[in-house]
Write a protein that binds this ligand. Sequence first.
Ligand code: BDR
Ligand code: CA
Length: 317
Amino acid sequence: MRIILDTDPGVDDAFAIMYLAAQEDAEIVAVGSVHGNVPAPLAAQNALRLLELVDISAPVAIGAALPLAQPLQTAEFVHGADGLGGMAGPAPRGKPVAESAAEQLVRLARAEPGQLTLLALGPLTNIALAVLLEPDLPKLLRSVVVMGGAVTVPGNITPYAEANFFHDPEAADLVLGAGFPDLTLVGLDVTEQTQVGEEWLSAVGELRGRRAEFANGLLDHYAGFYSRMFGRRSCTLHDPLAAAVMLDPKLAGCREMPLVIERTGTHTRGQVLADRRVLANDTHIVAAGADRTPVKVAETVDVPRFLEQMLDAVKVR
Ligand code: BDR
Ligand code: CA
């Protein structure tokens, strides 16, 4: 699978990159950074650092500095001031390319129509900009996997919204309404089912090697945040699950539905709106987004299989 990665590293983004690097059938063709966990320029520096850690060479383009219609809001309180839980270390050897992430995505999709899979692990600003630049983008990509949203469960950054969608609700709505024929949404519905606790953290803690030591530094910070939040040492590997579902779609059980993102609610900006009624007939369906192309919403996940795959990825020396 040839992949364009859009990301805001970010501790769990870092684990997604480590996971992808360990899969023989995954090739990262290019990376775009986006604002989200940290500002987009720092996210690009972190993406370069992470690619160097796992010995992958791919261009990294800096993406959108701001959401489409709201001020920048980042999440250093979760991911640390450097976005990598204090593990960023020295500057990367490489530099970002001159092109923007949205331009890079459009150029590559046009060059290889139907060949590339997009994995979006941050706010969807770059993807929305790419759709505005190239309205045929949905036809040019092979498939899209997005980490974002909470369809059947509460949000994380607010009671109603998941962080990636909350950080740019207009972009999320534009992308989910753009007509991508094969878009899978890996939201909190499934990522929170894979929350790891003491047992998994200790198993990683026993591993040695460059990647494992880096992973343990990330986890010390990330599990520290979760401990303060939930009262027990744990953490959720949101972005790696999206990467795993992309490469192994049978890992998750999905249900297809059209989705809309709330943009005007006083308390509910960024919430996913889905018509989850089970109706005997649909002749009178009135629902926001009923005319949109359905997306595959991941609802169930094989947790043991995923956590084993993650552990194997961190074991790579
Ligand atoms: C998402 O928000 C970010 O903090 C994480 O990297 C992940 O992409 C989870 O809500
Ligand atoms: Ca992310």
